[in-house]
Design a binder for this molecule. Structure first.
Ligand SMILES: [Zn+2]
Ligand SMILES: [Zn+2]
Ligand SMILES: [Zn+2]
Ligand SMILES: [Zn+2]
Length: 224
């Protein structure tokens, strides 16, 4: 058993282990989201704590320390795993390796390996239908949903545009005020200037004429 022998199912992992126990974080190759495995207590640490707890038996602690050459409580601040865990006992290293194995099996349940690009990806970046990562096979339903949303926006725009045209038609049918020349609305008075709109119907053609008109503007019939 060698130090730093840890070879993960993915390179994207962090070793969060300490003297007291083992824990690892595995990262998705696409979004970098991390999955932290459950903490596994180091038996070697527990044993040492127990011996320390006995207080009087200093010799036992000294014996273990001497045996393994452990600098208790000293942890070198470096990212290199072999350096960081150099001071740990062989017993600890053995446990460390076993814990890494367990952690990987745990993490594998939360990741998928893309057979095409060999990336290890999280649930979010996995296309279950295609059995590929979302970079290799974008999820169809996601694409469809996006397309549908786009179509809906388009439909609303089109509807708004056609409604506009319809409104225009209504306006064009409105009576033009004889006083101000603008659409007068449908009341008895011009909605723009307030002029009275007492229109009279031509008895011949039915066209609406201003009350003051003497002849129909459409057919020329005398309106009295
Ligand atoms: Zn991801
Ligand atoms: Zn892929
Ligand atoms: Zn008017
Ligand atoms: Zn007429």
């Amino acid at each position: 058993m060698e130090q730093g022998k840890l070879i993960g199912f993915t390179d994207n992992f962090a070793d969060n282990s300490t003297e007291a126990g083992f824990q690892f974080t595995f990262y998705c190759d696409i979004c970098r989201e991390g999955y932290k495995t459950g903490f596994i207590e180091a038996k070697s640490y527990k044993k040492r704590k127990f011996l320390q707890g006995l207080g009087g038996i200093v010799s036992a602690v000294t014996q273990i320390a001497g045996q393994y050459g452990v600098g208790y409580g000293v942890e070198k601040a470096t990212d290199v795993i072999t350096e960081r865990f150099r001071g740990m006992s062989p017993e600890w290293h053995k446990e460390h390796e076993a814990a890494f194995e367990i952690a990987q099996n745990e993490a594998k349940n939360h990741f998928h390996r893309c057979p095409k690009c060999t990336k290890w990806v999280c649930e979010n970046d996995w296309n279950e239908q295609e059995g590929l990562c979302t970079l290799c096979a974008p999820r169809v339903n996601v694409e469809v949903a996006a397309a549908k949303a786009q179509k809906a926006v388009q439909d609303i725009r089109e509807k708004a545009a056609s409604t506009q045209i319809f409104t225009g038609e209504i306006e064009s049918k409105q009576t033009i005020c004889p006083n101000c020349g603008k659409p007068a609305g449908e009341g008895k008075f011009c909605s723009n200037c307030g002029a009275p709109l007492d229109l009279i119907k031509c008895p011949k053609c039915g066209a609406k004429n201003n009350a003051s008109a003497r002849f129909c503007g459409e057919c020329g019939t005398r309106l009295s």
